[in-house]
Write a protein that binds this ligand. Sequence first.
Ligand SMILES: [Zn+2]
Length: 265
Amino acid sequence: MLIDTHCHLDAAEFDPDRQAVAQSALQQGVGMIVVPAVHRGNFEHVQGLAGEYAHCACALGIHPLYVQDAQPQDLDVLKSLLESGQAVAVGEIGLDFFVEGYDRERQEYFFIEQLKLAKALDLPVILHVRRSIDIILKHLRKFKPRGGIAHAFNGSAQQANEFIKLGFKLGFGGAMTYPRALRIRQLAHDLPLEAIVLETDAPDIPPEWVGSHGRNSPGQLAGIARVFAEIRGLDVRQVAEITTNNALAALPKLAHLCTPPKVLH
Ligand SMILES: [Zn+2]
């Protein structure tokens, strides 16, 4: 069984055929899909998906690129939903200093408040870490959440090791499938196996064979796992076992939700 540790299954791209997409992923061996929220307006939707599909779980949080419209009272809503116990992590949270025009202070305010929530509730975090890794590491050292996942990791080996020291796993997905993505493929090759989890980030970051005009979906995790297996010189079944165990270690509440996969033929 594979676990897609990051998929925006609630995205509008899946409105026409969400159920078929979820079912197809299951048939391709993706026995669990983690759907992170990005703002208060989709908390209900991602929770609904986790309720509707046995092989979906949700995380709840406010994404750094959505803090412009977020209000401090959204954090109260988030807190009470996290306390109700359905979410497996606080996410997707973090900092994004890549896209210009975003309010850095506002991003840091919401990030820090959500780290405090994660710490208080002893929940892992799912992190968005674009052009912001060192600042994120600084906040993690200060607020000490229990770990989690640095999603779509694209930093240096040294930064990866800092995350690992803090108890984090690193998420690899579509970006690794491009032969010219030498740096990220080197990381996928070199990092300790127990530090890696797989993700599609669907509908974003399509793998090479889907291409920028196609729609990425959680079922693509099977191909991503094959690429990772090739990079590491492993059998894809070993990759499934190792990365699933890593995902369960990063997001312990997932273990209660993982049912044995149905017959997949
Ligand atoms: Zn995401």
